[in-house]
Ligand binder design. Structure first.
Ligand code: SF4
Length: 300
C-alpha cells in the first residue's frame, strides 16, 4: 500500500476511534458509499468482469481499459456525496448497486403525471457487465405494459440488429433516457416524445446506470436519445455515423429502429448497419465478409 493511502487509512481509523470514545455507536453511510468501500484495491490487473457476449466476436473483445468509476450517492439520501472509486469493481458490488438503483427508480414519483399514468417503470434490461449499451428515448405502450425496453416491433428489429452484430439481446444492456412512458391524456393508444423537462428529471438514473455499467461503447438510438444525452436538438441525419463522447464513453448516434420500420428504406438500413459496423470495430470485434455485405445487395 502507498504511504498516502496508509496515512488516509490511519486518519480515518483515528477519527472513528475519537467518535467512539465520545459515545457514538453508529455512523451514517449511504448504500453507494458502502458499495464503494467494498471495492478491492487492485491495480494493473485485467478485470474478471469483462462482459463476454455469447457469440464469437465477444471472445475477442480486447482488454478492457479500466477507468475510474464515479459513484454518486442517492440524491434522496446524501446529495452532497460524490467520489471516485476504484476503477475495478466486483461483479457482486456492481449488481448490488444496480439493484439498489433499480429499486429507487421503481418507486420514483418525481414526475407525478407519469407516475400516475404508468403501468410499469421501465428501468433497463440485459447484461450490466456488457461493453455495449443501447440507449433509446422512452417506453411506449408495449414497454409500459411489459416493464421492458424495446419489446414492440421496433424492439424486435433492434434485437435482430444486435444478433446480426454477433451479440444477443441478453449480452448487451438496453435502457431509455426516460424510465416511465410519457402520458397521453385522453388517448388509449399512441406515444409522445418526452419533454426536455421530463428527460432532465429522469437523466440521473441513466447517468448512474452508465457509471455502473461502464460500457465501452454507447449506441444512441434516434434524435431524442441524443437530445437527452447531450441536451442538443441537432438532426440525427447530421449526427449519425460520427463518434461523440459522453462522460468519456464513445457514443455512436444512429437512426431509431422505429424510423427504419416506418421508411423501410434499404439505404437507411445500410446507414444504420454501417454505424453498427463502426461500433464493432471500436470494440475490436472481428467482422465477417457476410456482415460487411449486409444491405449492399438487397439483403434484409
Ligand atoms: S420518468 Fe423517471 S424521474 Fe420521472 S417518475 Fe419516472 S422514473 Fe421518476
Amino acid at each position: 500500500m502507498s504511504e498516502p493511502y496508509e496515512d488516509l487509512l490511519e486518519a480515518a481509523i483515528r477519527h472513528l476511534e475519537e467518535r467512539k470514545a465520545k459515545g457514538r455507536k453508529f455512523v451514517h453511510v449511504s448504500m453507494d458509499k458502502l458499495a464503494a468501500l467494498r471495492l478491492p484495491l487492485v491495480r494493473s490487473v485485467r478485470p474478471s468482469n469483462i462482459a463476454t457476449p455469447v457469440h464469437s466476436p465477444a471472445a475477442t473483445v480486447p482488454a478492457f481499459s479500466p477507468k475510474p468509476i464515479l459513484i454518486k450517492a442517492s440524491p434522496v439520501n446524501s446529495p452532497d456525496i460524490e467520489f471516485v472509486a476504484s476503477p475495478l469493481i466486483s461483479r457482486e458490488t456492481k449488481e448490488t448497486a444496480m439493484a439498489a438503483l433499480r429499486a429507487e427508480a421503481l418507486a420514483c414519483l418525481k414526475c407525478p403525471q407519469l407516475a400516475a399514468a404508468r403501468k410499469n417503470v421501465v428501468f433497463g434490461v440485459g447484461d450490466i457487465h456488457s461493453p455495449l449499451m443501447f440507449v433509446g428515448e422512452a417506453p411506449g405502450a408495449d414497454e409500459d405494459q411489459q416493464g421492458e425496453p424495446f419489446v414492440g416491433a421496433a424492439g424486435q428489429l433492434l434485437t435482430k440488429m444486435i444478433q446480426t452484430m454477433g451479440f444477443t439481446r441478453q449480452s448487451v444492456y438496453i435502457a431509455n433516457i426516460l424510465k416511465c412512458r410519457p402520458d397521453t391524456p385522453g388517448q388509449s393508444f399512441g406515444n409522445r416524445k418526452p419533454t426536455p423537462e421530463e428527460m432532465r428529471t429522469c437523466l440521473p438514473y441513466l447517468l448512474r446506470q452508465i457509471e455502473l455499467i461502464r460500457p465501452r461503447v454507447i449506441v444512441a438510438l434516434g434524435a431524442t436519445a441524443v437530445e437527452g444525452l447531450f441536451g442538443k436538438t441537432v438532426g440525427i441525419t447530421r449526427l449519425r455515423g460520427t463518434w461523440h463522447e459522453f462522460q468519456n464513453t464513445p457514443v455512436m448516434p444512429t437512426y431509431h429502429p422505429s424510423y427504419l420500420l416506418r421508411t423501410q428504406s434499404l439505404t437507411d438500413k445500410r446507414k444504420v448497419w454501417e454505424d453498427l459496423l463502426a461500433v464493432l470495430e471500436k470494440l475490436g470485434c472481428p467482422i465477417s465478409e457476410k456482415q460487411r455485405g449486409y444491405f449492399l445487395r438487397g439483403t434484409s
